[in-house]
Design a protein around this ligand. Structure first.
Ligand code: MLT
Ligand code: ZN
Length: 451
């Protein structure tokens, strides 16, 4: 084996440099099975110092690196294109005690969202981001992609939770800014530059994270409405009248059918609806009466079911949260994550089926997502050989509706060729100059974001 692998073994220990194909395999294919590529080897450092030494060794050998957290990403950014050293961060799992006065905690990049949530809740606080992949998604990956999820309505995306970072640059330099000061105007905000940079500028190894109040009383409503317009009327009523509103999600009948057969769930209502909205309120005291009162006076509501006990909350959420797995069980989807201004959402939903059918007649688009942000997950099944044409047609339609080609999953490898639909040439040129300044040899996540 070459000098580089030996050097990596000296840094992380022989057990944490995986060169055998069978051992590498779980790291080389993404969760959706759509992206796959061979790594030169998989390296599993356990500290920032080890990450820095790994990066220095790779830089000296001119070996490109791909960075991976929980491998739950959906745009192919965490799997190799071919031949890179794959740096897996799951062993950076240190979680410091919660600081209750600052309401902050320092977490390693490999800490899962579920662990972080449990840790914060045990201290009487909570973490502001939540998403269905919580058992595997990691802090580092969520920062790299600026993950969104189901509580953006209440607390914003991942970057809003990040008060500081520790990160390793492409030459092995370590930047440490973990004090988490509430106010700090001392020049460029490198923390926020790295959030959402998809591992192309540095490797995030630790983060200082803001925590939010724990709101233990929750009420969830699953609401049947006539369609997207009615869903938006319901959203407007909920936002105006429910200060405790913490989530507003949408899905459609074809997604519900897939979810019901995958998760063995009963029909939620006697009659089928045009669209379904999940509303959640979170408060210190039971918000159920407020939810019922709003639902009873909102004309957009055709039918509704409300729960506030733990089993009921999980049951109603599972109609929405099982979409990803149900769709993946039906095939390998082309996953497109877009958002448009709310005023454009109905038109986008109406135009998508014909847009997809025009380039891939056998394909079907399952839509679901985060209603409050106009964020649709367009999952196209059975696109076959036409996946690229489908992507092109859908992303152009989204751009025509003044939307973004990536709402919360990132650009990755999947959408890099279409970045110019959402960013001006001047912006892309500035991004390339930042990339060249921090990673002149292009070692970190080549082909991701900027192709
Ligand atoms: C979700 O909102 O469930 C996630 O973004 C996952 C997905 O799009 O499949
Ligand atoms: Zn989502």
């Amino acid at each position: 084996m070459s000098d580089l692998e030996d050097e990596l073994r000296a840094v992380v220990g022989p057990a944490h440099v995986l060169v055998d194909g069978d051992l590498r395999a779980p790291y080389e294919t993404d969760w959706t099975r759509r992206f796959t590529g061979g790594a030169r080897c998989v390296v599993r450092p356990a500290s920032t110092a080890e990450v820095a030494a790994v990066v220095r060794a790779c830089a000296a050998a001119g070996a490109p690196i791909v960075v991976q957290g929980g491998n739950t990403g959906l745009v192919g950014a965490g799997v190799p294109a071919g031949g890179e050293v794959l740096v897996s961060l799951t062993r950076l799992s240190q979680l410091d005690p919660v600081d209750p006065v600052e309401a902050q905690v320092t977490a390693g990049a490999g800490v899962t969202l579920e662990k972080l949530q449990g840790h914060a809740r045990a201290a009487g606080l909570d973490f502001g981001v939540d998403l269905a992949a919580r058992s595997a998604a990691t802090v580092g990956g969520m920062i790299a992609t600026n993950a969104g999820g189901i509580r953006v309505l209440q607390h914003g995306s991942m970057r809003a939770q990040v008060a500081g970072l520790e990160a390793v640059l492409a030459d092995g330099t370590v930047l440490t800014r973990l004090t988490g000061l509430a106010k700090d105007n001392t020049g460029y905000d490198l923390t926020q530059l790295l959030a959402g940079s998809e591992g192309t500028l540095a490797i995030v190894t630790r983060a200082r994270l803001r925590l939010v109040p724990l709101l233990p009383a929750r009420a969830v409503a699953l609401v049947a409405v006539a369609g997207t317009d009615a869903a938006l009327d319901l959203l407007a009523a909920a936002r105006a009248r429910l200060p405790s509103l913490s989530a507003a999600e949408i899905f459609y009948p074809d997604g519900l059918d897939l979810v019901r057969s995958y998760a063995k769930l009963p029909a939620p209502f006697a009659d089928a609806a045009g669209a379904y909205v999940v509303l959640e309120c979170a408060a210190r005291t039971d918000p159920t009466d407020d939810v019922l009162e709003m639902l009873s006076t909102c004309e957009a509501v055709d039918d509704a079911t409300v729960a506030s006990d733990r089993a009921g909350l999980e049951r109603l959420w599972s109609y929405r949260e099982s979409h990803t797995e149900a769709i993946s069980t039906a095939g390998v989807p082309t996953k497109l994550d877009v958002c448009v201004p709310l005023g454009e959402l109905s038109a986008l939903v109406a135009e998508l089926p014909a847009t997809v059918a025009a380039v891939a007649p056998a394909a079907r688009a399952i839509l679901f997502g985060h209603l409050n942000e106009g964020n649709l997950h367009v999952n196209v099944l059975d696109a076959g050989e036409r996946a690229e044409e489908v992507t092109d047609a859908v992303l152009r339609l989204v751009a025509a509706h003044r939307g973004s080609i990536s709402s919360e999953h990132g650009v990755g490898r999947a959408k890099a060729p279409w970045l110019s639909l959402s960013r001006a040439p001047e912006e892309i040129a500035a991004m390339r100059r930042i990339k060249a300044a921090l990673d002149p040899a292009g070692l970190l996540n080549p082909g991701v974001l900027l192709d």
